[in-house]
Design a protein around this ligand. Sequence first.
Ligand code: PBG
Length: 327
Amino acid sequence: MISFPQLRLRRLRRTETIRTLVRENRVDVSDLIYPMFVVEGRGVKQEVASMPGIFRYSPDQLPPEVEEIARLKIPAVLLFGIPQHKDELGSSAYNPEGVVQQAIRIIKNSAPGLLVITDVCLCEYTNHGHCGVVINSQVDNDQTLALLAKTALSHAEAGADIVAPSDMMDGRVQAIRQELDKYGFADIPILSYAAKYASAFYGPFREAAESAPQFGDRRSYQMDPPNVREALREVEQDIAEGADIIMIKPALAYLDVIRQARSTFNHPLAAYSVSGEYAMVKVAVHQGWFNEKQIVTEILTAIKRAGADIIVTYHAKEFATWLATEG
Ligand code: PBG
C-alpha cells in the first residue's frame, strides 16, 4: 500500500480548480425551497423581528416577490398562512377564501412556473395554537385527520402543486391521499414532514406565524429529539401511506437522521433548515463573527452531504443571489 511520502492527500487541494474537480457534494439553486409567510389583509410587508430578511406578506404584495424568486431560478416556495380569524377547529385553514388559498391563486398568476407547496397544519389557525383538534386538553389524532384532509384538498383546489403535512398526526398521509384521489387530485404529490422533532429551533417561526401553543407543548405529537430509530419508523409509515417525498426537520442538529433515512429509503429526501437555524446565523453574522456566504454555503452543503436531495431554507434567496453574481 502506498503511503507518505508517495501518498500526499494535499495534492488534490492545491488549487481551487483541482478542489472543484474532486468536490463530492455541491448545492444547486434547483435543490432549494423557499418558505414564505402570508398574512391576511392588504398592503402588508412586515419583517419578522427574529428573522431579519424574512417578511410576512399580504397576498396583494406577493407578485413582485415571487417574480424575483422565479427569476433567481428557485424552483419552489412553501407557504404558511396567518389568518385573521382563529377558532377551536382552525376553520380558516380550509376556507376556500383563506389566506393561503388566495396566495396560491395570486402566485400561480404572477409566476406560473414556480412550484407552490403548502404547509398543511392547523396550528396557525386554531385559537389554542395546537396542530389538531383539542378534546379534554389533548390533541385528538383521529378527529384531526378529516380537517387536515379538507385543508389539503382546499389547497389543491386553489392550485397548489404539492401539499406538505407538518402536524405529525398518525395516519394523516393516508387521509390526505384518499381525499385528494377522491376529488380528482391523484396527481398532486404529498411531501410529508415524516420525522418532525419537538424542537427548540422553531422559536422564531412561532413568532412569525403566531402559532405558539397557548397551553402545554407539542411533545405528545412531535418526535422526541433523542430518538433516531423511531424517526425511521415514522418515515416508513408515511411511505406506506403514500408519501411521495419525505422530510426530516430540523436539519442541522439532525444530520444523522438525514443520513440514516437516506441509507434506508429510496424516496426523494428533503430536510428543513428551520427558523432557529436561520436566526443563529443571522445573529452571528450581524455581530461580525461569521462570513455569511461561507457559513451558509457550509451549512447547506453539510445538509446535502448528509443525504438530503432537497433543502427548505430561509437562505434560498440570498444563496441564489450569490450564485447568480458569481457568474
Ligand atoms: C407548523 C410548523 C412549524 C414549523 C413548520 N410548520 C412550527 C411548529 O411545529 O411549531 C417550523 C418551521 C421553522 O421553524 O422554520 N406545524
